[in-house]
Design a protein around this ligand. Structure first.
Ligand code: 13P
Length: 252
């Protein structure tokens, strides 16, 4: 039986009161399964309060991005050491919104990835193609380039404590989920690419799917052999919706 990771990316949503209620709802209904790991990634201002609220539970904490720099004159940035200090275990790097809206290049993403692993935290590396790229038949070459940027920076050993999330840009927030077969095809490509370098790391690495995952499509996706969980946006903002996905994971 493999582990399944269900991660909620809250993006730029919520406030103190709604977050506290959301967390209380999740904590009250988490499936009683050692195999299913749950994680929430709130916006920066709420990380410390969330860390406090989840203390002693199995709900893990992650951040949505981090600076590639260690410390110093980088106004507005947040370092990985600060995230570790307040109890984050995971950091999302290279989300497509960071790449497209904030100009993060694959090499900047790779530097962030390295900073996260160097601090002993687990990076969740997001990769994914746009609709145009898919229609042009370029899905694998785009994903391959995004992975290569990280592999060049950290080598395959650098993936030994990492998670990769395949998030097709056309499926994010659109209600258009990749079919389990479409997602599985890309996940297999990713695992085989890593296996060509290190079979052991490839077998162990968790590959998440993200893009309009809901309670009613999660089981179909997570049943595929190379889909080890989900990175959830919209459906992570309501406890019932998030728990429906967590329960689907526990049912596999
Ligand atoms: P949605 O689940 O809202 O499509 O978002 C996916 C995502 O971007 C998670 O990081």
């Amino acid at each position: 039986m493999r582990d399944i990771l269900v991660a909620g990316n809250w993006k730029m949503n919520g406030d103190s009161a709604s977050n506290s209620a959301l967390l209380a709802g999740i904590l009250a209904g988490m499936p009683d399964s050692e195999r299913v790991r749950l994680l929430v990634c709130p916006p920066f201002p709420y990380l410390a309060a969330t860390a406090h609220q989840v203390t002693g539970s199995r709900l893990a904490l992650g951040a949505q991005t981090a600076s590639e720099h260690a410390a110093g004159a980088y106004t507005g940035e947040v370092s990985v050491a600060m995230l570790a200090d307040i109890g984050c275990e995971y950091v999302i790097v290279g989300h497509s919104e960071r790449r497209s809206l904030f100009g993060e290049s694959s090499s900047a993403v790779a530097t962030k990835f390295e900073a996260v692993t160097a601090a002993g935290l687990t990076p969740i590396l997001c990769v994914g193609e746009s609709l145009d790229e898919r229609e042009a038949g370029a899905t694998e070459s785009i994903i391959g380039e995004q992975l290569d940027a990280v592999l060049q920076q950290v080598g395959v050993a650098g993936l030994s404590n990492a998670v990769i999330a395949y998030e097709p840009v056309w499926a994010i927030g659109t209600g258009k989920t990749a079919t389990p077969e479409q997602a599985q095809q890309v996940h297999r490509y990713i695992r085989e690419k890593i296996a060509a370098l290190d079979a052991d790391i490839a077998a162990k690495i968790l590959l998440l799917y993200g893009g309009s995952v809901k309670g009613d499509n999660a089981a179909g996706l997570f049943s595929m052999p190379d889909i080890d969980g989900g990175l959830i946006g919209g459906a992570s903002l309501q406890a019932d919706d998030f728990l429906a996905i967590a329960n689907a994971a526990a049912s596999i």
